[in-house]
Structures are given as structure tokens and as C-alpha cells.
Design a protein around this ligand. Sequence first.
Ligand code: ATP
Length: 274
Amino acid sequence: MTRTITRSENRTNGSQQNDFLVIENLVKAFPKPDGGQVVILNGVDLKIGEQEYISVIGHSGCGKSTMLRIIAGLDKPTSGLVTLEGKAIRKPGSDRMMVFQSYALLPWLTVRGNIRLAVDEVLKNASNTEKVNLVNEHLAMVNLTAAADRYPDEISGGMKQRVGIARALITRPKMLLMDEPFGALDALTKRKLQTQVLEIWESHRQAVMMITHDVDEAIYMSDRIILMTNGPEATIGEILDVPFPHPRDRHAIQESKEYNDLRLHALDFLERYQ
Ligand SMILES: Nc1ncnc2c1ncn2[C@@H]1O[C@H](COP(=O)(O)OP(=O)(O)OP(=O)(O)O)[C@@H](O)[C@H]1O
């Protein structure tokens, strides 16, 4: 069989060679309850372009969320450096927004209120009219206009996740960090939301790092797929280039030989690291 897989060298994809996010020799260790330390991530090197969509796949516990939290500024590296546009990341900032699997919405605020909160926190100089228009625009973008005045416990999981995505997008962060954003959704809702998020990203490009356990999701959505080795002491095992131009048609790409080769290659990798 002719292999069409391209293993990316550690560079940004396609035309965007700029080193927007740079991770250099990242090591993260946590203290063990009985003393000593366990090294979770050991020597991660990665560069991401400013409009690049990256997926990270690896077995449970290898340190994917830890890496995302370090990029978000919620946790610190034990050693190594993570920079965004050349500046070391030391704390959370409005240039990076997170989307969590567990939605993390405030139950006492409506859909509109949850989205508006992000605008109030980040776009402090915008007028009330500008903020209202922005919230309405983003409610429409994720098809939530009709549910704007409902509370989180009155809407479905898929709707909650759309609120989380609108809330993350509305302040136009330079980088979107998504931790298994579709992991809690049923198969149909998941596919719909994947398409919606991809369409939004295709029209408002930004850097994305998305953790997923789903190889098909990674191929459909991303430009490159980072395959992590198992922990402890996990690192990047391989980086796969996804050769399909955007905008993508899920059905069309799934019929191609490249798609199936890529899928089998990623699954083989994961099997090897079981
Ligand atoms: N604050 C912490 N203190 C101690 N150990 C931690 C801490 N945070 C994470 N860990 C450990 O680090 C390892 C990696 O955790 P992490 O959540 O990053 O993995 P993951 O790859 O995202 O897993 P999953 O796919 O299951 O979400 C796990 O063994 C976890 O128990």
C-alpha cells in the first residue's frame, strides 16, 4: 500500500510559518502524595501558527489537559518555556479562551447573561449598544437566539456547549483552547456542533488547540494532529499533517484514500501506545 501520510516536522502548517505559540522543552511534574515527584510531560516541543487548528490525541492521563492548562496560564511548567507571540505565558489572559467539556456555565445567569459576562469582563471600553449587538450576533452564530433568555438547567447539553463556544469566541481571543468540547454530547449533536464550530473557525480564523479522543473529529477539523505517547513522561510521538483544504466537506473527505490512511495511521499509533 502506498502511504500518503505526511508526518509533519515540528513546524506550522502550510503558508503560515510564523511561530505564534511556541512550546519549548516543556516538562511538568506533580508532587506524589508519598513524597517525590511524577513527571507527567517530558520534553514537549511544538510550534503553532496563528490561524492553525491543532488537535491533540493521546490516551487518558498522558497530560493533554495539563498542557492545555499551561498554555491557558492556569498552571505553570516545571521547566521549559511556552510563549505566545514571543512573550512567556505566566497567567490567564483574554488572548486565550477555554472551552471545557463540562460547559462551566453560571447557573444563575441566562444564556444571554453567560455570554454577556465575558464581554463585560474583556471588552471594558465597548458601549452598551456595542455589547448588546455583539451578544446578539454571537447568539445567532451558534443558533441560540430563541433560547437567549433560558437558564442553563433549561437547555440541552449541546445548547450549553454552544453557549460555552459563543462565550469563548465573543471576545475574539487569539487562541481558542478546547478540552474535549464535544466529549459529553450524543453522536448527532456532536456532528452538528463540529460542523458549526468548523464553519465559524473557517470564517474567523484563529489558533486552536483542541483535545479530543476522536480520530475522525481530529481529521475532519484540524490542520495537524499531535499524537502523544503514554504517560508518565509523555511527549509528542508523531505529528500528522491533514492534507484537506478548508472549507471541508465531511462526506467528501471521508471517501478519500488519504482520509482512511490517516485514520488507520492514528489508530495504529494509539494501539501501539495502549
Ligand atoms: N494538580 C495535579 N496534581 C497531581 N497530579 C495531577 C494534577 N493534575 C493532573 N495530574 C495528573 O497528571 C496526569 C495527567 O493528567 P491530565 O488531566 O493532563 O491527562 P489527560 O491526558 O488530559 O487525561 P484525560 O484524557 O483522561 O482527560 C494524570 O495522571 C493526573 O492524575
